[in-house]
Design a protein around this ligand. Structure first.
Ligand SMILES: *Cc1c(COP(=O)(O)O)cnc(C)c1O
Length: 386
């Protein structure tokens, strides 16, 4: 057996000894009777749609996990991010800084608000926005005018920076938020993947002006589909509630909508699924930690880097990632694992390479592209013991 065959064979063994399905997905949800009970009660109550008590309860609990005062639940993470940008005044002609390595939703939310993304490169260890490159960009490529920050090359106003905690690894938020405040732009965490992660003892989602979570079926907890925005700003919360619920003025029977609004509210049925999921969050994180240790020990003898939380921080290890020494090694691993029913996949193709964003400014330092060439996500569900 060649070295490579030995790696594939023993990887298959370790994955199959952990997950007992025939086809092993990258990330499937875990439910128990409590989800079924909650959903049945919800159906019996008739409150399955836009009204219901569980929405507020879910919002309160998410705010608590993120150590925030306010939370507004939405239909998905993309809408949460879009509504946040709109509520903060981002619109046509503006620009928003983000990272070149992220799920497409990060850039789509910026584009949907009417603004253009500016892409910066990431940290090699965590794939999160580099504070160093952010500083370099802000210092060299922008100027201040009439209380706003402008881009030297486009003369467009830069309104915000969206930072994403890649696969659950928190970005260097103290430096990034500090830079955003010094240069007068909003800082938003795309914490879609990082519910329960901690940065220097503080939860992901608590480290910026506003943060967004996703509860899609593949995230650490799920509401089927869902999202949320958390913040400490009462007026932002009120504005978000308003524009995500068709901008209807409260009235017993009149329908008056005072501006163009979205129908982005989370249905109560989804909140009912989310509540028992949220009760399992700490358990899920513990199990994911154990899985990470298993993978770390497994890959130790091989020339493969397992992405690891950085010192002083805690990752929720939502999705494990491993980086190979070459693109060829990555490709061989992808082909072999997918051939035997173990789902693995390369990380996202970089946002500035997608047709809708190819024209956008991109400050490429070669880091995200080298991560793309070498990195694979491996099965990371919470194991189910039967
Ligand atoms: C999942 C995800 C989103 C958005 O989530 P949806 O709920 O699917 O709209 C946004 N950003 C990142 C980084 C994500 O992983």
């Amino acid at each position: 057996m060649s070295n490579q065959e030995l790696l594939f064979k023993s990887f298959q063994d370790v994955v199959r000894s952990t997950f007992h399905e025939d086809f092993i997905a990258l990330h499937r949800p875990v439910f128990s009777d409590s989800e079924k009970d909650m959903l049945c009660n919800c159906i019996d109550s008739n409150f399955v749609s836009s009204a219901g008590e569980e929405i507020e309860l879910f919002e309160q609990k998410i705010a608590k996990v993120a150590d925030r005062k306010y939370c507004v639940a939405t239909v998905n993470g993309t809408s949460a991010l879009h509504a946040t940008l709109v509520a903060l005044g981002v619109s046509v002609g503006h620009e928003v800084i983000t990272q070149s390595l992220s799920f497409v939703a990060t850039a789509n939310a910026i584009a949907l608000s009417g603004a253009s993304p500016i892409f910066l490169d990431v940290e090699p260890k965590t794939g999160t926005l580099s504070s160093e490159f952010l500083y370099e960009f802000l210092k060299n490529e922008t100027y201040g005018k009439a209380g706003g920050l402008y881009n030297k090359s486009s003369d467009c106003q830069i309104k915000a920076c969206v930072v994403m905690h890649t696969f659950g690894h928190p970005a260097e938020m103290d430096k990034i938020y500090d830079l955003c405040q010094k240069f007068g732009i909003f800082c938003i965490e795309d914490a879609a993947e990082a519910l329960g992660s901690m940065y220097k003892g503080q939860p992901a989602g608590s480290l910026s002006d506003a943060a967004v979570f996703s509860f899609n079926g593949n995230k650490i907890i799920t509401t089927g589909g869902g999202g949320a925005v958390v913040s400490n700003d009462r007026s932002l919360r009120d504005r978000l509630k308003h524009i995500t619920t068709t901008a209807k003025q409260p009235h017993r029977y009149e329908y008056f909508h005072d501006e163009l609004g979205f129908n982005y509210r989370m249905p109560n049925l989804n909140a009912c699924l989310g509540l028992p999921q949220l009760q399992k969050l700490n358990h899920f994180i513990e199990e994911k930690r154990k899985l990470f240790y298993k993978y770390r020990d497994f890959f130790k003898p091989w020339d493969v880097r397992v992405w690891t939380e950085t010192e002083g921080n805690r990752s929720n290890y939502w999705l494990n990632a491993v980086s190979f020494s070459s693109r060829e090694a990555r490709d061989n691993f992808l082909i072999h694992t997918n051939n035997v029913g173990i789902m693995t996949r390369p990380i996202w193709q970089l946002l500035p390479t997608l047709p809708m964003y190819i024209q956008c400014q991109n400050f490429d330092k070669g880091i995200a592209s080298s991560l793309y060439e070498t990195t694979v996500n491996i099965p990371s569900s919470v194991p189910v013991y039967v």
